[in-house]
Each structure stands twice: as C-alpha cells, then as structure tokens.
Design a protein around this ligand. Structure first.
Ligand SMILES: Nc1nc2c(c(=O)[nH]1)N[C@H]1C(S)=C(S)[C@@H](COP(=O)(O)OP(=O)(O)OC[C@H]3O[C@@H](n4cnc5c(=O)[nH]c(N)nc54)[C@H](O)[C@@H]3O)O[C@H]1N2
Ligand SMILES: Nc1nc2c(c(=O)[nH]1)N[C@H]1C(S)=C(S)[C@@H](COP(=O)(O)OP(=O)(O)OC[C@H]3O[C@@H](n4cnc5c(=O)[nH]c(N)nc54)[C@H](O)[C@@H]3O)O[C@H]1N2
Ligand code: SF4
Ligand SMILES: [Mo]
Length: 891
C-alpha cells in the first residue's frame, strides 16, 4: 500500500518491529507506509499495517510497582537507587548488571550504557542482541576490523544472484522481501539455504535444503571450488586482503570436493555444483544471512565462511555485490553503535581498542569506567543464578521467554536479590519475577532514533499522549542516575541532547580509526533533530582522515583494520553442540511465524494477527508422524533436556526434513500452558560471540492423548479471568469480539462444576450428549452472551468459531443466533475457513471456492479476492492451495 506523505494529522515515524526499519505515517487509529522513507517507499507488511491495533493494550503497566504494590515514581526511583548503591557498597560495582534490548531507542540505550559502564562502573551490560546479531558482529570485526554492514538494501535488488542463507525474509523481513520480488527479472537467480522449505525458499530458483549446522562446509567448499576454477579476484586478494592461503588450506581440509560437501550437507552434488557455478559466474552476487547462520555454536565461523567467499571474489560493498547481515530488531544496530554488548565499550570502540578506555572516560568525565568486558547474556544469567550479580535491571526484553535453558533462567530471576524490570506490559513471564516494575512508554509515546539493517538512522516520533504514570526509558534512566548522584553527567532534558552527545562521542578522537562516525549530527538543534530525515552513516563532522558518507562501505578496498586490509578467516566445520540420540531422536529448529512478534506482548493484541496461526504447533515431516504415532491436528509434546516440554498441535509438513521438527518461538506462559521453545534449547553458545544455538535442540516426541478438547469463549472486554493451570493443555487466542481458549485434558471432567469457577452460576443453555462425550453450554444475560463452552471428544469435530465470535459482538442476539448457539454439527457456519491472507482477511475456504469457480492463478485470485495483493507473504500458501486443487482435478 503506497501512500503519499500528505496525510493530514499523521506523524512520520518508524515501525518498531523488524530491522527493515520501515517509515510509517501514524495516527492514533490508522497507519500507512511512508512513501518518502527509503527503506520501504510506502510499503508495510501485515505487522506494520496492524500497528494501530496494538498500541492501546489492555494489559498496560501504568504505574511503578514495588513488591507488587503500586507506588509513586519518587519512591520507585529511590528504591532502585538504594538497591544499586547498597549492592555497590557491599559487593562492588560488578554485583550490578543491565540486560538491554535491540528494541530500545538509541538514546535510551546510550544513557543506560553510560550509567552502567561509566558511573556505576560495572562492565556487565549485555543485550538481547546477544541472541540475535552477536555472531554477525563478531564476524564483521574479524573480517573488516569493525562491525559494519558494507551494503545497502538496493544491493539486494541489483544483485543478479541473491543468496539467502538461514533467512526466512518472506516472513521476517517482509518489505525487503517484497522489494526483492518486485525487482525480479529474467536471468536473476535466487538461492535459498535453509533446512526447511519456507515462504522464502518457495521463490528460490535453487533451494539447498541442507543438514542443519553445515553452512561452513558449504561455503568452505565454495571457496575451494572458486579457487580451483580460477574464479577468484587474485588482484583484489593481493592488494586488499590478508589470510587467504591459510584460509584456503583450512577450507580444503574441511571441504576437499563437491562430493564431500554434498555428503556432509546432505545435498545433491549437482545442486551444490550449480550453486558454485552460479556464484562463480555472477559478479553481482549478494549473500544475505540471518538467524540460520547466527544462532549456532559456529555462528561466527559460518558468517566468516560467507564473507571469505565475498572477499575472495572482491564482492564487498560494490553495487549488487556484498555480504549482507540482515538485522533482526528495529534498533539492534543502534544498540551496537552505542556499545550495548558486554564485550564492547561505546561508539564502536572495544575495551581493547588502543586508548579507548581513557578516551571514553575523558569524554564522559567518568572516574570509574569499567576496565574490561563483562558477561555475555548466558553467562550473565549464570552469574545471577550464582548470586554474584545481585541487582539486575532488565529493559525492553523478556528473558524468561527468550533465553535458552529457560528453567535455569527462571531460577536465576527468582533468586535475584533485586530484579528491576522496565516494560510497557504488566504481565509478562519476566515481570512476574520483578521486585521493582517500571512502566515504560511504548511505541508512539516516545521520541528518539533507530538504525536499520542498512545503517540508516530514522526518527521514531511521538504521536500519542503518554499515559499518566508512564515514562520514556531515557527519562527513567536519567532519573535514577540523578538519584544516584550523577546529575552532573545526566542533566538531559530531552532525547535530542542525548543524541547530540552520542554523535559527538562517535567523532571524539576519531581520525578515521572508526567508520562509525556521525559527528556531523552532533550540533543538530532540537528543531533539526525533530525534523531529521532518514540518513545513512558514516556522517563525519570533518575529522581529518574520517570515512566519508557513502551508501556502500569499503568499495575502494580499504578497511578499518590497522593495515587497512581485510582478513579472510580460516574456519573449519564445528558441529552443533548436541546430537540426537536414542533418548532425543529429533532435531528441534525454532523460529518465527509471519504475524507474531517475539513474545507476543504486542502482536497478540490484534486478533487478525492470530488468525494465521492460532495455537502453538509442531511441524513434523509426514514420515515422522507415522514413526512417532502422531495424528495431524492432535496435540503432541516435545521433550528436550529440560523437564518441561513443548505441547502444540501437530502440523504434518513435508517442508521439514525427516528427523527434524520446527516450533515457533512466540508462545509463552501468558498464552499457553507449555509451549516455550526455549525449554527445548540447551545453553550451548558460540565460543567467540556467545550467541546461543537456538536453531538446534534435540528432543523426543510423543502424542498427548486427550479425553476431551474444548473451546471456551468470554467477552473481549470483561474482567472474568480463566485459571486454566490445572488443565493438561490450554492456549489463548484473541478474537475480534471475544477472548478464547483452546483446552484439552486427559481425565474426564465435571464441566458444570468446572464452569462454576468462572461464571458462578449454571449456564442458561445446555446441551449434553454423553455418548459422543459432547457438552455445550452458554451463559447469557438477557440476549447478551457472557460465555460459551464447547467440549468435544476430539478436535476434528470442533466447529470453527468465527460466527460465534460475532455473537459476542452483538448486544442483542437474534432468535436465530440464540438457537444456533449450541447446535451440534451445524455450527460450522464459518464462511471463510482458516485465514490465509491477513492483510485482506481472506480464508482458505474462500480461496478454494474461487479456484473452483475458475480463478487459476495467484493473480486471478488476487483480482477476485484481493488476497496476496498487499504484502504478498501469503502467496506461497495461495500457490499451495492452487497446487492442491490441481492434484484433485481428475486426470
Ligand atoms: N514476523 C516476524 N518477523 C520478525 C521477527 C518476529 O518475531 N516475527 N523477529 C525479528 C528478529 S529480532 C529477527 S532476529 C529476525 C530473524 O529472521 P530470520 O532469521 O529470517 O528468522 P528465523 O525464523 O529465526 O530463522 C530463519 C531460518 O533459519 C533456518 N535455519 C535453521 N537452522 C539452519 C541452519 O543450520 N542453516 C541455515 N542456513 N538455516 C537454518 C530456519 O529453518 C529458518 O527458516 O526476524 C525479525 N522479523
Ligand atoms: N529458541 C529461540 N529463542 C530465541 C530466538 C530463536 O529464534 N529461537 N531468537 C532470539 C532473538 S533473535 C531475539 S531478538 C529474542 C527476542 O526476545 P525478547 O527480546 O525477549 O522478546 P520481545 O517480546 O521482543 O521482548 C520485548 C519486551 O519489551 C517490551 N517493550 C516493548 N517496547 C518497549 C519499550 O519501549 N520500552 C520498554 N522498556 N519495554 C518495551 C515488550 O512488552 C516485551 O516484554 O529472542 C531470542 N530467543
Ligand atoms: S517489514 Fe519490518 S519494519 Fe517494515 S512494516 Fe513489516 S515489521 Fe515493520
Ligand atoms: Mo532478533
């Protein structure tokens, strides 16, 4: 949906979800893509388009709380300051830690880092970017000398060969994916490298469905093959790179031949060769990589194996020719810029950068700057568990869901002497452990900047009133810094001041040693800051020797290393940290779905974002369905090294490799009884980056045999809560007019008695069919619905509930509606079927009907139903329906 930048009354801001960083024109009740923003030129994906539906969450945290009691801000600030002061006095500054997030704004991030490292003096500041980008960061530093993404989005359009490694961009970077699709032309090739088929691999000319964890082998083999076929840029290597010979020899030992690669990666030799040939032949090649590369015990090595091939062919930072790390979160980049990772200091300086500690101490006027790196996320939570860290401040992230070995992390959170959590939402898995809860302003309520995957800095602007009792993160941090007595260094009145200081630090003592230099912005007036247009760094303020503003870095072969040369890094194939065995025969892959964002604190508020996948699920290859005695659509439980399992609906999926299952990362204890992907992931980390191996767990799988399945629906607005903790399975789904729960259990229940807990009265309508183990009941006040409970012996007979939800929207049920409430099979009046296209709310049944009526292509369906014509990320599913219907046609 393209839009002009003229919508009256709207504010130009940036989407708070993925690292594409799309410009949004926002009003309280509507959002549109910003035509003037270079990242998206007016486009938005389904999550972006639903932003206005998620800003006024009902579970907002609206006042500070200490030990569960609402308190005044002044008291909350005193309590935080006191806890920090006492801990530092009695146990030293290292007893205090911060755990930050790539979803904070740069200004928030900058002062949190400054307070922790510069004034409290603790090095233990890490961020959820550890789980996300740290392998890419480490690989960039090893290869280029600094954490820089050399290319820009346009390169993905210009590339004649686009390699997508470990990325499901169609679902995770949808607008970039749309740009890639829109730039498609004859002769342009896409190669996808992913152990499963996804919406992204669907558009690829070649899908290398490799054995998980073997990417280094594949790219090492590529380097060897390029060398042996005379396809290397020898002059570039000589003039601009170090380490080639050793890298090649290690690569050769690891991947001597195509056959060895094919065997190791479990690919067809012909496919491997085709990929290598295309890579050799195509000068304009971009390799974009994401979590399938980063989230691995060998994440840094995998990324360097990719970059090695680009350096060896001279394809770095040239139009349409570059490696390209896709950033996950909206401001993962900004966090890296300020030094939010425990092993970095500030402004792209590390502790071991010569002179950096002194330089930063001087700039901040700090007398107790932390002297060396702190704990990386997994180790940081171990230190909390041990009791070495006594005060932990978590901001804008939900570690009780997202960190591996989750049971251990929860124990750590529970043991932590003072756990401070800043969040916008009252009830999350992490806030449940907090001693002090600080209510943060959310998207639309705060001002600041973010940096996207292509180094483009954009403003987030406030367009909503800030709820009373809520404060933006930068201000909370400032207030606490002041309470600790650091007022002189934290005298900020507005984010613009913080930004100017951050920009100034980037240029401070920077004679071209650091590419990250935005000192040109250090003197912006507050009005200029307000009006700041999206702008890419570097943006030097005129330091001699500085890197000049450019869309692409390193095009001239000069790198920010001491000798100006890039480094190829010898990497061998480090296998995953765990291997399946008799007890845990399956490999567990975890990742994202199209319409949810991480731990669902925001996206779960928009019913239409639930429609695509409404319950936690386990994708299993059909062969394994048989092997493990499962039934498609029924429940099953995966159990890994932790006691707690993951229970979800079985989806038969030929997209999986046999022996491998996929589960979504989104559901957590607020939304399901037991569907935490992190419970299946061991704390195995990359030894260089510290990034957890979230894409490779091992588990066993067994059906959850249930005696009954049920749906409970309650009005959307209403206080009635459900305590389903005693049930074997529950998961929550928001519908437009109701809140609904899927329930299931192993033991028979007395439903009337159970429902008494919720409604405190007998239902007004009841239908019971003991032979079929069916029970249906409705609670009404006059002609308004207070609740419906439908119990079946198995899920297959459970009716679709769309029309029942409509009944909750009605103040006055018609006699017809009233009669149908408990009707047995005939309830199945859901007209659309399971949702396929979220943008236009088009369901499977509608699409199948249109196909029967003669719509024979994606385009024809788009014309008829609009499905697939906005963000396009459902096109693979539409194609699947077309293919299925073709299969059904009589020959
Ligand atoms: N809808 C949606 N979009 C998002 C997010 C979200 O929560 N929801 N989160 C954002 C964030 S923070 C991030 S980090 C990005 C992540 O974006 P992506 O990295 O694209 O997403 P994932 O689903 O985590 O994983 C990508 C793919 O890696 C594959 N993979 C697993 N193991 C391997 C392997 O060994 N080798 C290779 N080559 N591939 C493998 C998986 O099968 C999966 O398809 O998404 C961002 N965008
Ligand atoms: N198994 C497995 N685990 C994974 C991954 C995986 O692929 N598999 N992916 C990893 C990756 S790449 C990532 S990025 C992480 C993401 O994991 P998390 O960062 O834990 O997930 P979010 O749900 O994004 O958490 C953000 C929190 O910040 C709150 N919030 C939103 N806006 C603001 C704000 O302005 N201020 C404050 N103070 N709070 C705010 C939200 O309500 C929410 O509670 O998960 C990681 N964990
Ligand atoms: S592609 Fe990413 S940044 Fe753009 S609208 Fe979608 S979620 Fe937001
Ligand atoms: Mo991420």
């Amino acid at each position: 949906m393209k839009n002009r930048r003229t919508t009256p009354g709207s504010t130009a801001t940036t989407c708070p979800y993925c690292g594409v960083g799309c410009g949004v024109l926002a009003k309280p009740d509507a959002v549109q893509g910003d035509l003037g923003h270079p990242a998206n030129n007016g486009r938005l994906c389904v999550k972006g388009s639903a932003l206005h539906e998620t800003v006024t969450g009902h579970d907002r945290l609206l006042a500070p709380r200490v030990a569960g009691h609402t308190v005044e801000w002044s008291e909350a600030i005193d309590r935080v300051a006191e806890a920090i002061r006492v801990s530092v006095r009695d146990h030293g500054p290292e007893s205090v830690a911060f755990y930050l997030s790539g979803q904070l704004l740069t200004e928030d991030y900058y002062i949190a880092n400054k307070l922790a490292k510069g004034f409290i003096g603790t090095p233990h500041v890490d961020t959820n970017s550890r789980l996300c980008m740290s392998s890419a960061v480490a690989a960039h530093k090893r290869a280029f000398g600094e954490d820089c993404v050399p290319g820009c989005y346009e390169d993905l359009e210009l590339a004649d060969l686009l390699v997508l490694a470990g990325s499901n961009a169609a679902w995770t970077h949808p607008v970039l994916y749309q740009r890639i699709k829109a730039s498609h032309r004859p002769g342009r090739k896409v190669v996808a490298i992913d152990p499963r088929q996804t919406a992204t691999t669907e558009m690829a000319d070649l899908h290398l469905q490799l054995r998980p964890g073997t990417d280094t082998l594949l790219f090492n083999g590529l380097l060897v093959w390029l060398h042996d076929h005379g396809a290397l840029a020898t002059q570039y290597l000589e003039q601009h790179c170090n380490g080639f010979e050793e890298t090649l020899s290690v690569a050769r030992a690891c991947a001597p031949s195509i056959l060895a690669v094919a065997r190791g990666c479990d690919l067809r030799a012909a496919d491997v060769e085709r990929f290598y040939r295309w890579f050799a032949e195509t000068d304009r090649t971009v390799t974009a990589f994401s979590q399938g590369i980063n989230q691995s015990v060998a994440g840094t090595d995998k990324a360097n194996a990719i970059i090695n091939c680009h350096l060896a062919t001279g394809r770095v930072g040239r139009p349409g020719a570059s490696p390209f790390s896709l950033t996950g979160q909206p401001n993962a980049m900004g966090g890296r810029e300020v030094g939010g990772l425990a092993n970095t200091l500030a402004a792209h300086m590390d502790y071991d950068t010569p002179g950096a500690v002194q330089r930063v101490a001087d700039f901040w006027h700090s007398e107790k700057l932390a002297a060396g790196p702190g704990y990386k996320a997994v180790d940081l939570f171990e230190a909390v568990h041990r009791g070495d860290i006594r005060v932990l401040w978590v901001m804008g992230t939900n570690p009780a869901v997202s960190l591996p070995d989750n049971a251990r992390v929860r124990e750590a959170l529970a043991r932590c002497e003072t756990l401070i959590v800043s969040d916008c939402v009252a009830q999350t898995d992490t806030t449940a452990f907090a001693d002090i809860l600080l209510p943060a302003a959310g998207w639309g309520e705060k001002d600041g900047t973010v940096t996207n995957s292509e180094r483009c800095i954009s403003r987030q602007r406030r367009f909503l009133p800030v709820p009373e009792g809520v404060r933006p993160d930068w201000r909370i941090i400032r207030d606490i810094a002041q309470a600790l007595g650091y007022g002189h260094a934290f005298d900020y009145q507005e984010p613009a001041e913080i930004f100017r200081e951050h920009a100034a630090l980037s240029g401070y003592g920077n004679g071209g040693e650091r590419v990250f230099d935005i000192s040109a912005l250090a003197k912006l007036s507050s009005t200029e800051y307000d009006r700041l247009q999206p702008v890419q760094w570097p943006l030097t303020g005129g330091n001699p020797g500085a890197w000049l503003q450019t869309r692409r870095l390193f095009s001239d072969g000069r790198f920010p290393t001491p000798d100006g040369r890039a480094r190829l890094v010898p990497v061998s194939n480090l296998p995953p940290g765990q291997q399946p065995d008799a007890r845990h025969p399956l490999i567990v892959n975890t990742g994202r779905i199209r319409d949810q964002w991480h731990t669902m604190t925001r996206t779960a508020l928009a019913p239409r974002l639930f429609a695509h996948r409404s319950e936690p699920f386990i994708e299993v290859h059909p062969k394994d369905i048989a092997t493990f005695g499962l039934i498609e659509g029924a429940l099953a439980t995966l159990t890994g090294h932790a006691r707690k399992g993951f229970t979800g609906r079985v989806r038969a999926s030929p997209a999986q490799r046999p022996g491998e299952v996929f589960v979504p990362i989104h559901w957590n204890r607020q939304f399901a009884s037991s569907a935490l992907a992190s419970d299946l992931i061991a704390p195995v980390v990359d030894p260089i980056s510290g990034q957890p191996e979230a894409k490779f767990g091992v588990a066993s799988l067994r059906p959850l045999i249930t005696r009954w399945q049920a749906r409970l629906m309650l009005p959307a607005a209403g206080g009635t809560a459900l305590d389903a903790t005693s049930l074997d399975y529950w998961s929550h789904q928001a519908l437009p007019h109701s809140r609904s729960w899927w329930l299931a259990g192993r033991r028979s229940m007395d439903w009337r008695e159970w429902a008494q807990q919720i409604f405190a009265r007998e239902p007004e309508l009841v239908m019971q069919d003991s032979a079929r183990r069916r029970f249906r009941a409705a609670w009404l006040t006059g002609n308004r619905l207070d609740g419906v409970l439908l119990v079946e012996s198995c899920v297959q007979t459970m009716p679709d509930l769309g029309w029942l939800d409509d009944c909750f929207g009605s103040e006055n049920l018609t006699p017809e509606q009233r009669r149908s409430l408990l009707a047995a099979g005939s309830i199945d009046a859901e007209p659309t079927g399971p949702l396929v296209c979220s943008c236009f709310q088009v369901g499977e049944r509608q699409i199948n009907q249109a196909i029967e009526d003669g719509a024979a292509s994606v385009e024809a369906l788009g014309q008829r139903l609009q499905c697939g014509s906005n963000c396009g990320s459902c096109i693979p599913e539409i194609r699947g329906l077309l293919a299925k219907s073709a299969d059904r046609e009589p020959a």
